[in-house]
Design a protein around this ligand. Structure first.
Ligand code: GLO
Ligand code: MG
Length: 347
């Protein structure tokens, strides 16, 4: 099995099973209990929301936030783990109800930027310079509620403020076309990367690509990853799976479309993602039906599927591929791929 990929997930990926139609069905694990599971499951990186690290940050002074983040850093060190990124969670606070950076209320916009600066403070203490912006409510429920030109400028001002605050910080935008909003600004990788060119320091603005989000936008995850990789802008991934155009399912990687998962791994291999030192993040959710003692299997399984697909990519006969391409015999190529995925001899 390939060893050079490093894996990460966030504490929210071990959860109680609540959905919009019902409460949790499994007991909560404390953050410390979750941390102890990482290595056992084969993971080295922890993804954070700002309040995963410092839960009550809205009640604390900047100095106290830093102090608490330092304690979390100690916990990471003790477990041999590293922080991959910090993401300001703007979508749960009442002031983020209409978006943070693009809210129509200037007080809300100011809060959103201030809170994001605290997320940078936390990242500094945790030893990472990567900030992830999933722009959850930066969009509209109805088109007329915001002026899109103003909204995009506000988004730009906010990102620039973060870049100015810490000259070493890097920002990965995690595009998602909808949910919770009807329409999000920066719905795709292309939007995010085009937007990055307008910022004060485009070299410090890239993307995190989530499989399910790309599928919700009707695009191909492997091509989106290749596009970002080709520009040196793929700074993290949220691998998972999605069964058609429904709510964001966060299914185990490869569980809905193994061939598409194979192609994502193929692109990460072809594009040298492992050598970039970036993490393979898994943004997967345990099914609500999962019993407490088995509610981390989705993480270990997703990682295992990933590593097995790395093997599949590496062992697919390149000469056969070249021959099929040269002969323009794509039926043969397709059958060989499918046989390979099914564990059958390719020819
Ligand atoms: C939701 C997103 C969310 C983010 C996380 C990190 O659809 O995928 O889980 O990845 O908040 O920013
Ligand atoms: Mg995600």
């Amino acid at each position: 099995m390939a060893a050079e990929y490093r894996f990460s997930f966030g504490p929210w990926n071990i959860h109680e099973g609540a959905d919009p139609f019902g409460p949790g069905v499994r007991p909560s694990l404390s953050f410390a209990e979750k941390l102890r599971l990482y290595k056992r499951l084969g993971f080295d990186g922890v993804q954070f929301h700002d309040d995963d690290a410092v839960p009550n940050l809205e009640q604390l002074s900047p100095a106290e936030i830093r102090r608490q983040a330092k304690e979390i850093k100690k916990m990471l060190d003790d477990e041999g783990l590293v922080a991959e990124f910090v993401a300001p969670r703007l979508w749960e606070d009442p002031r983020g109800i209409d978006g943070g950076y693009t809210a129509n209320d200037p007080a809300c916009r100011q809060w959103a930027v201030e809170r994001s600066l605290r997320a940078i403070d936390i990242a500094q203490e945790l030893g990472t310079n990567l900030i992830v912006l999933w722009l959850a409510r930066e969009g509209t429920y109805i088109r007329e509620s915001k002026n899109p030109f103003e909204a995009l400028n506000r988004l730009l001002q906010a990102v620039n403020r973060l870049l100015e605050y810490d000259p070493t910080v890097t920002i990965a935008i995690e595009p998602k076309p909808n949910e919770p909003m009807d329409q999000a600004y920066l719905p795709t990788v292309g939007h995010a990367l085009a937007f990055s060119t307008r910022t004060g320091d485009p070299a410090r603005v890239g993307v995190l690509i989530e499989t399910a989000h790309v599928l919700l936008a009707g695009l191909d995850p492997s091509d989106e990853m290749a596009f970002a990789l080709s520009m040196g802008k793929l700074w993290s991934v949220h691998l998972n799976d999605q069964n058609g155009l429904k709510f964001d399912e966060d299914k185990a990687f490869g569980s809905a479309n193994l061939r598409a998962a194979f192609n994502q791994v193929r692109v990460l291999e072809l594009g040298g993602y492992a050598a970039t030192g970036r993490f393979v993040g898994l943004d997967v959710k345990a099914m609500r039906t999962q019993k407490p003692e088995a509610a981390t299997r989705h993480l270990a399984n997703s990682r295992e599927i990933f590593l097995r697909l790395v093997e599949k990519v590496r062992t697919f006969p390149k000469d056969l591929e070249a021959q099929c391409v040269a002969n323009r015999d794509y039926e043969a190529l397709e059958m060989a791929i499918i046989r390979h995925l099914m564990g059958l001899p390719v020819a």
